[in-house]
Design a protein around this ligand. Structure first.
Ligand code: ADP
Ligand code: ZN
Length: 301
């Protein structure tokens, strides 16, 4: 890839969009945060930013790492749309079409977490492997993956945050999970809002040592065992607001080992598990990295 290639990157979240222009996540020339309001207002702000910050240069490609669910089927009439989101006003928003009307360049479009795992593969904690999964544990829980270096797509895109989990024997009395669709799926039991609903306290205010964290680590570990058994990724990366609580990692590692019982030999030692379930190598750059990785991939197609 020529080093003078110039990209637009969009990290599209339900609360805010972060956009950047530059040669990559470590060579950003300009960046902006845009509150997620209506689709038309938000998309217009993205277009205005790209128009005014490219300094006469042409963008070679744009990458969009988006909240979902999204339509990724190239043969579909609604390719590039945000589909069944409960977010008011965003159902059936034509994301790629709107950006393409303004910029006739290759556009990479995928979920935020598929973008994130691609970015971690290029620049972060999954550079030494060809299969990996990235989870964000925040307002929602999402998971993306690569196998043989390629993003996982199929019926749509993975929805790993909605895998069903067994409710813990130590669960708070009467709490059945907060997902409006499934109750006790991973997101319903372990997202930030699930923690808030269970403990009536925002996750960031729960002190280290609170039973909330043992329960949380148990659910994350359960999901990681499922992930390791189903997809056999060589690395699992855990990001998102809740994982800012670094003390969760050793707790997840321990409960992962307790549940797995040494069944998968390559991740049966403490040292191996520490190197298996890890924090994002790109740190806070992973969100924009997702946009850049998808832009780069769009150019290579
Ligand atoms: P989003 O998912 O909206 O992109 P985040 O990944 O920051 O944003 O997730 C926000 C959720 O994570 C909220 O439910 C919040 O309570 C929780 N959260 C954010 N920061 C922390 C923290 N330091 N510790 C624990 N929970 C956090
Ligand atoms: Zn669910």
């Amino acid at each position: 890839m020529a080093s003078d290639t110039y990209y637009g990157a969009i990290e599209a979240g339900g609360t805010k969009f972060v956009c950047a222009v530059g040669a990559g996540p470590h060579a950003v020339d300009a960046q902006i945060r845009i509150p997620t309001t209506t689709p038309s207002e938000t998309f217009q702000a993205v277009v205005d930013f790209f128009r005014s910050h490219t300094a006469g240069r042409r963008l070679d490609a744009i990458g969009i790492a988006s909240f979902g669910p999204i339509d990724l089927n190239p043969g579909s009439e609604t390719y590039g749309y945000i589909t069944s989101t409960p977010k008011p006003g965003w159902k059936n928003a034509n994301f790629v079409g709107t950006i393409r009307n303004a910029f006739d360049v290759p556009i990479g479009f995928d979920t935020d977490v598929n973008g994130a795992v691609l970015a971690e593969h290029k620049w972060g904690a999954a550079q030494d492997v060809n299969s990996a999964v990235y989870y964000t544990i925040g307002t929602g829980i999402g998971g993306g993956g690569i196998a043989n270096g390629q993003l996982l797509h199929g019926l749509m895109h993975p929805e790993m945050g909605h895998m069903r989990l067994k409710i813990s024997d130590d669960e708070v009395d009467g709490f059945n999970g907060a997902c409006p669709y499934h109750g006790n799926c991973f997101e319903g039991l372990a997202s930030g809002p699930a923690m808030q609903a269970r403990w009536q306290t925002p996750a960031e205010q729960l002190p280290i040592g609170h039973p909330a964290w043992t329960l949380e680590a148990g659910y994350i570990a359960q999901a990681m065992v499922n992930t390791a058994c189903i997809l056999s990724p060589e690395r699992i990366i855990l990001g998102g607001g809740v994982m800012q609580q670094e003390h969760l990692f050793p707790m997840v590692h321990k409960q992962f080992m307790d549940t797995m019982q040494g069944y998968i030999a390559s991740v049966s030692s403490a040292a191996a598990v520490e190197n298996y379930i890890v924090a994002p190598g790109m740190g806070d750059l992973v969100g924009l990295g997702a946009g850049f990785a998808l832009a780069e991939a769009a150019l290579l197609i």
